[in-house]
Design a protein around this ligand. Structure first.
Ligand code: PLP
Length: 394
């Protein structure tokens, strides 16, 4: 099998493509069933990466499994197989940062979980709110066993949690005995000026005892979403539960895809991989700047936002009502903006209880400069028309 159809970019020289060949034993292996937790060579590469990036050494009670994207692994740990490992049982309360990645809301709903929303701001989970929820927990009621968070370039809010907030959340996880589900597909898309904060997975090494963090990585945002490769790293019993689920559902992640990815990553090495991710992050930083310039030009005084330091999302609040800035972005975004060809998501899609919010999520991953400018100009028109319409009904 020759990769000459779409050669891989050379990370050390992004203008050059490299053709990789997969044949002989590697191809034969790729065409067969493989181990449930993943291809041996790829797992080895991932262990090396986790040591390099998060300081986690093998043989310390944790392990790795590969999945068909991180979504596959999150689903498997949250749903019934995880019940075997006593992680989340049907009906349990779970802590979710709020607003939360819309992809996990139906997972918890399918287990009839009570989703307890924990407030976030531009610095991450508001640990004081989390503390207050936990300290005022009704006596006799089962306490939450997990907290779900996207700590870098959060989908939808774009926030990156600060070191201080991460430490406070970790301390609370120890005090109140819950596990942190660290869903981190935007970890490698950090482009902030300040030094990057460590992951929860790394930070927990400073705790008296590690084993409270289950981390999800994804290659979707840095290599390709279509290859469907993600990996989970964390306490061995939970990874065993994920594997049990895999072995009864899809048996394993495609071996051929894993062989292709492993061949590419091996050829890059860790240095080449990190160089590649830095190039991707720089690409998104530029997109962020273009988007923010358009926001400043067209929506100053009509919206409020914080500038993301990672990832591909802007989360902004429409000031629909001049008096108090309150309101609901849903009708504007789903009807009036959409009718004019502007695609964004109303903030309510990211709130498990579906309450109204004036916030909007816009992704800046695919659009070019002119399109962004035009889209936000049109959004400005829609907001102004909405304001006039409201005034005329007063
Ligand atoms: C926060 C978050 N988690 C998980 C996923 C799914 O990632 P994957 O493609 O690895 O399944 C996404 C995709 O957008 C995401 O934003």
């Amino acid at each position: 099998m020759r990769g000459t159809g779409s050669p891989a970019p050379d990370p050390l020289n992004p203008d050059r493509d490299t053709a990789l060949t997969i044949d002989g034993p590697a191809l034969a292996q790729g065409l067969q069933y493989g181990d449930t937790s993943g291809l041996h060579g790829l797992l080895e590469w991932i262990y090396g990466l986790q040591e390099d990036q998060h300081g986690r050494k093998r043989g310390e009670g944790w392990r790795v499994s590969v999945g068909a994207g991180s979504q596959d692994l999150i689903f498997k740990v949250e749903t019934k197989a995880a019940a075997v490992a006593a992680l989340v049982n049907p009906g349990d309360p779970v802590l979710v940062e709020s607003p939360v990645y819309a992809g996990v809301i139906p997972m918890f709903q399918s287990l009839d979980c009570e989703q307890i929303e924990v407030e976030t701001d531009a610095h991450g989970i508001c640990s004081s709110s989390l503390r207050s929820i936990l300290e005022n927990w009704p006596s006799g009621k089962l306490k939450p066993k997990v907290l779900y968070s996207v700590p870098y370039g959060c989908n939808p809010t774009g926030m990156t949690a600060t070191l201080e907030r991460r430490k406070e959340v970790l301390a609370l996880s120890r005090e109140h005995n819950f596990l942190i589900l660290e869903d981190d597909p935007y970890f490698y898309l950090y482009y902030g000026d300040a030094p990057r904060p460590p992951s929860y997975f790394k930070l927990e090494l400073e705790e008296p005892e590690a084993g409270r963090v289950l981390r999800f990585d994804s290659l979707s945002k840095i290599l390709s979403a279509g290859i469907r490769i993600g990996f989970a790293s964390g306490p061995a019993p939970l990874l065993d539960a994920i594997d049990r689920h895999t072995s009864t559902s899809n048996l394993q992640t495609s071996t051929l895809t894993q062989v292709i990815i492993h061949t590419l990553l091996k050829s890059w090495g860790y240095e080449g991989f990190i160089t590649h991710t830095r190039n991707v992050a720089a690409f998104y930083r530029h997109k962020r700047d273009v988007f923010e310039t358009a926001l400043e030009k067209h929506l100053s005084g009509l919206a409020e936002w914080s500038s993301p330091q990672a990832g591909m999302f802007f989360w902004f609040k429409l000031l629909l009502n001049e008096q108090d800035g309150a309101g609901d972005s849903e009708s504007i975004i789903r009807t009036k903006a959409l009718e004019r060809g502007v695609l964004a998501l109303p903030g309510t899609a990211f709130l498990p209880n579906g309450r109204k919010t004036a916030y909007v999520r816009a992704a800046f991953s695919l659009t070019g400069e002119e399109e962004v400018n035009e889209a936000i100009r049109r959004l400005r028109e829609v907001i102004l028309e909405d304001r006039v319409a409201k005034l005329s009904t007063v």
